[in-house]
Ligand binder design. Structure first.
Ligand code: FES
Length: 243
């Protein structure tokens, strides 16, 4: 999906929802869950009923017609009545405005470019944007490897070793490049390198297990991503350091 501006963030107060129509005429429901924004289909998947007429408590959306319910963050049915999930759309907030679509690092990255739009959109939905000041550490060797990262802007340095006995691993990252990819491997529960922020950086943090579930649901995209991951690992093995 190309990026489309939907509304001002302030148009959807905390724990409320609003329906909007995009420039292309598509209707979307935008929900604010504790300050995080989510976009889903505007019409109930059961019958032709606007979901904006339903109930929303900040987490669970309920269609008022026959009380189907969904988790707004995942679009998955909850409560045992709903028989279909909600279609979700990737959302990001920038400059106080809400946009839908896939933007930034994910769709230019070497691991994800070329994946199907729906899978890219789901991965984008998992991504949490983080800003990191220079000098901090994203992770240290030995930390749990739950999440991987995509660099959107800035500069990250990798170090191998621990404590005082560390040395740069010699990697320069480009926008869109993935690091911390041990989170995508079953056999690597902890980090084997440290990632230090050399200059103010923006990264997307994505949970590895959730990303794998998305890729497993789309075998063609999953195969492409795994082939590229194999390429990343081969490059790692050929380099003097480790990520
Ligand atoms: S129309 Fe929404 S639950 Fe039936």
């Amino acid at each position: 999906m190309t990026v489309k501006r939907i509304c001002l963030a302030s148009d959807v107060p905390t724990n409320e929802m609003r329906e909007f129509t995009t420039d292309g005429g598509d209707k979307l429901l935008v929900a604010n869950s504790g300050g995080e924004y989510f976009a889903v289909q505007a019409i109930c998947p059961h019958q032709d009923v606007p979901l904006c007429d339903g109930f929303y408590d900040g987490c669970v959306l309920t269609c008022h017609q026959h009380l189907w319910q969904w988790d707004i963050k995942t679009g998955e049915p909850v409560g045992g009545i709903a028989e279909a999930p909600l279609e979700r759309f990737a959302v990001f907030v920038e400059g106080g405005e809400v946009f839908v679509g896939t933007r930034g690092a994910l769709n230019v990255g070497e691991l994800f470019s070329g994946l199907s739009e729906s899978t890219l959109s789901k991965l984008q939905g998992l991504a949490k944007a983080e800003e990191h000041p220079a000098g901090g550490a994203l992770y240290q060797a030995g930390d749990p490897a739950d999440d991987f990262f995509v660099l959107d802007s800035g500069r990250i340095e990798f170090q191998i070793g621990r404590d005082e006995r560390t040395s740069p691993a010699g990697f320069m990252l480009r926008k869109g490049e993935v690091f911390g990819w041990a989170a995508l491997l079953d056999a690597h529960p902890t980090r084997i390198a440290s990632a230090r922020v050399l200059e103010p950086s923006r990264v997307l943090r994505i949970n590895g297990k959730q990303a794998l579930a998305v890729l497993e649901a789309d075998p063609a995209s999953g195969y492409l991503a795994m082939r590229r991951l194999a390429g990343l690992i081969a490059r790692f093995l050929a380099a003097p350091g480790a990520r």
